[in-house]
Structure formats: C-alpha cells, structure tokens
Design a protein around this ligand. Structure first.
Ligand code: IMP
Ligand code: MG
Length: 180
C-alpha cells in the first residue's frame, strides 16, 4: 500500500457488509409489494459499491445513474448541485433506491432527494456505503448504511481523491500530506 494510505476497511470486510446490506434491502422490499425497484447510482463514487450490491438483490430491478457536481464553494451554504447527467427513466409511481458512496455534509443527497421527490416516485429511499455523521450540515438519515466512518478523507472502492484511488479494492484513509 502507498505510504500516504492507511487501511480502514479491507476487501473482505466490504464483501461481508455488502452481502449483509443486500439481505436487509431484499427483506425490506419483500414486505412492500414492489413490482419493480429503480436503483439510481450517483456517479462516479458509487459505481463499485452499486455493482456489488445489485448482485446481492433478488428483486425485479432497473438501474439508472445520475452524475452531479457541487457548485464549488457556494455549495457549502446553498447545497445546490449541478446535474451533469440525469436519469434516463421515468420514475413516476416507481419505488426508487438512491445509492451513494458516502454521506458527508448531506447537502448532495438533500438536494437530489428534493429533485427526485418532485417527480412523484412511489417511494424514495437512500442507501449509502459510508456515513460521516460528524460532518452533517443538514438533517439526513440514510435508510440503509454500511459503515459509520470518522472525519477523515477516505479513498478506494470507488471513492477518489482528485480522480485517483477509485480502483483500490479496499477503503483507506488518505493521510494528512495529501488531503484536499
Ligand atoms: P456531501 O454533499 O457533503 O454529503 O458530499 C457527498 C459527496 O462528497 C460524496 O458523494 C463524495 O463524492 C464526496 N466525499 C465526501 N467525503 C468524501 C471522502 O471522505 N472521500 C471521498 N469522497 C468524499
Ligand atoms: Mg459522490
């Protein structure tokens, strides 16, 4: 492992957690009379988690993606995000599960939830691999959450720093000298 990385969660722990989350999601929707679930992955950070998670699901589902970026500094106060790529499917009257890599301030998901609720889904729930509650700026409680993590910058398993480290099969803390 690179000098600037400290292992946080191993590939084996990730595998077990994703299996456990899959079981919970299957169980939850099994009791909801769901004919079809639309899973929306937030690009790019969620792509590995989503790929592993959907292979644990035994529900009829469709996959879609959104790509967003925050409006630079103003996002800190306004929570506005720019939609770089919208979903392709109509979610009216559908059960929707948003899949995210990490909830930090909560601003991205708060804003996205508002946009998606305005399109009249039947339900909208949030699944995140990681949750950093100590950084929250708005009230946002994920419905499904893998790990609570400390206030550190985390990379790997889809998460990046300046576009790097997404391909690592484990999660690591990026140490001080390279932090943004
Ligand atoms: P939020 O709007 O502050 O909740 O930001 C969420 C987004 O910020 C996530 O989807 C990530 O893309 C990014 N992010 C937040 N914390 C980290 C981290 O520790 N590592 C990598 N990306 C992060
Ligand atoms: Mg993200």
């Amino acid at each position: 492992m690179d000098d600037s990385l400290a292992l946080l969660i191993s590939d084996n722990e990730l595998k077990q957690k994703v299996e456990e989350m899959g079981r919970k999601i299957n169980h939850f929707y099994a009791g909801q009379d769901v004919d079809e679930l639309v899973i929306i992955g937030i690009l790019r950070g969620s792509f590995i988690f989503m790929a592993d998670l959907v292979r644990q699901l035994s529900l009829p589902l469709e996959l879609d993606f959104m790509d967003v970026s925050s409006y630079g500094k103003s996002s800190v106060t306004t929570g506005m995000v720019r939609i770089l790529k919208d979903i392709s499917e109509d979610i009216t009257n559908k059960h929707v599960l948003l899949v995210e890599d990490i909830v930090d301030s909560g601003l991205t998901l708060k804003y996205l939830s508002k946009i998606l609720w305005s399109r009249s889904p039947r339900s909208l729930r949030i699944c995140t691999l990681l949750n950093k509650p100590s950084r929250r700026q708005v009230e946002l409680e994920p419905d499904f959450c893998g790990f609570l993590v400390p206030d550190e910058f985390i990379v790997g398993y889809g998460l990046d720093f300046a576009g790097k480290y997404r391909e690592l099969p484990y999660l690591a803390i990026l140490k001080q000298k390279e932090q943004p």
